[in-house]
Design a protein around this ligand. Structure first.
Ligand code: FRU
Length: 480
């Protein structure tokens, strides 16, 4: 049998759905087997959103990188995941790495990185177009950039198209020969794609590699997304192995410079990386990988045969140089209306709610005398705590109370004066939290050891003036 037999793999996926294991998520895209990572090829085509993502169908290790594919009209009902693109030739034999989607002449196309290594282990990265075919697979088209230019290493990947005055460009993650990360820009010209050079920023020495760049427009502002690797953790930022964030400002493609504010993270959780954003009908829609490289012991589902998820779709807005992210409004369709329970209490220091196997919680706390507030997600004797310290204006996510999987804490600055607003999406193991109406977001997994549904307990050091909100049970994504 061929290593990647689309028909056999697709059948195996179909046969394994719906998921059975209690750690499998219900409203986060994931696979019944293998390892997934970066969302790829995001595009709106023929009335549907197309979502591709990195997938190793053959095991829970970072190898055999293929692209999986689903489509959806509403982010609630999806096509069965299928294998769409896989290593076949000398160019991509060591992985069909990340890339973007675009619509061209009525076709859905992709641009991805072909990764290959020779006998000595020397890497070549080439950038190649592909065309998604109705039979569910991507036809491989021309290679437009065969290798890395002088001055840069073969860590040269993740092309992402953008348009400027009707001309096509792409940004690409790269590493300089001095082992610092950067972004390169290519432009389409009559005789092919030309390297314009590096997009100069103030971050000339900011990690050893920048992965998964994206150049977005928010009105008259430009935003460069990228994932720098190799930043040192600080008290309230860069606490992950690798970071995902952005700089906002203005880009000049003539001088190849960006004037910008400081690098900010897109997500403060433990398990978020390599997000991709695409635009549709004025919305900037983000999907991220819920996972992190090089921290394999944090994800015990790998022992059950699958690992990682994608985030729910998020809509981004830029305000005062800061990106706010909110779950796409389509996620409201998951709310099971009959299950809604209101939370409403005054002058209290404790509120509890039982949660279903998939739940959304909206909470507004008027702090009153409270200086600290703890949101505890309890699973029997295990717990994960979101702790807010009003005096320090710091939110801490604390997983040390869990028995399995990743532990530790994540801390970040969060400004709440009188009110603290939190929206939580609590799936079986994937949790997404949005703070202060999307000012900050955090994605993380918890793997409860016992088969116990979570209870949410909100406590404070002194009475909260008012706590109000609502809890829903959420329906699962459907696959057809
Ligand atoms: C980010 C990344 C990309 C690469 C892909 C390979 O997670 O390392 O840079 O294209 O994963 O799976």
């Amino acid at each position: 049998m061929e290593k990647f037999d689309k028909q056999a793999i697709d059948e195996k996926v179909r046969g394994a759905m719906p998921f059975e294991h209690r750690w499998h998520n219900r409203f986060h895209l994931e696979m019944p087997f293998g390892l997934i990572n970066d969302p790829n090829g995001l595009a709106y085509y023929n009335g549907e959103y197309h979502i591709f993502y990195q997938w190793n169908p053959l095991g829970c290790v970072h190898k055999n990188k293929c692209w999986a594919h689903v489509r959806t009209r509403d982010f609630v009902t999806y096509s069965m995941p299928e294998l769409a693109l896989w290593p076949t030739d000398v160019h991509d034999k060591d992985g069909c790495y990340s890339g973007c989607g675009l619509v061209e002449n009525g076709q859905l196309r992709v641009l991805y990185t072909c990764n290959s290594k020779d006998e000595q282990g020397v890497r070549t990265a080439a950038q190649r177009f592909g065309t998604w075919m109705e039979n569910g697979s991507v036809r491989k088209d021309a290679i437009i950039v065969p290798g890395n230019p002088e001055g840069f290493t073969a860590h040269f990947r993740d092309p992402n198209i953008f348009y400027h005055h009707g001309v096509r460009y792409f940004v690409l993650g790269a590493q300089r020969e001095n082992e610092t990360g950067t972004v390169l820009v290519y432009r389409e010209e009559a005789d092919g794609w030309k390297l314009l050079g590096e997009l100069k920023t103030e971050y000339s020495d900011f990690g050893y590699m920048w992965e998964c760049p994206g150049l977005l427009k928010f009105g008259s502002h430009d935003v460069l997304l990228f994932c720098p690797q190799g930043l040192e953790a600080q008290e309230y930022q860069y606490q992950n192995v690798y970071q995902s964030g952005y700089i906002a400002g203005h880009v000049s493609l003539d001088s190849m410079e960006m004037i910008h504010g400081k690098f900010q993270e897109l997500d403060r959780g433990f398990d978020f990386y390599a997000p991709q954003v695409f635009q549709h009908e004025g919305r900037q829609i983000l999907l991220g990988w819920m996972g992190m490289p090089d921290r394999d012991d944090d994800y015990p589902s790998a022992e059950k045969g699958w690992v990682f998820s994608l985030t729910m779709p998020r809509v981004l807005t830029l305000r005062q140089g800061h990106i706010f992210s909110r779950p796409a409004k389509e996620m409201q369709e998951l709310r099971i209306q009959e299950s809604a329970v209101d939370i409403e209490a005054q002058e209290t220091d404790c509120v509890r709610a039982d949660l279903a196997g998939g739940a959304e919680v909206l909470l507004h706390v008027t702090l009153g005398k409270a200086q600290t507030v703890d949101l505890t997600l309890g699973y029997g004797m295990e717990k994960t705590v979101l702790h807010y310290d009003r005096k320090q204006q710091v939110m801490t996510i604390d997983r040390t109370g869990m028995n399995l999987g990743g532990k530790g804490k994540r801390r970040f600055k969060l400004y709440a004066d009188q009110t603290l607003s939190i929206q939580l999406f609590i799936d079986r193991t994937a949790i997404e939290a949005f703070f202060q109406n999307g000012e900050e977001a955090a994605s993380f997994f918890v793997f409860p050891e016992k088969n116990i549904l979570p209870e949410l307990v909100v406590t404070s050091d002194a009475a909260m003036e008012e706590i109000s909100g609502r809890v829903w049970e959420l329906a699962a994504f459907r696959f057809r």
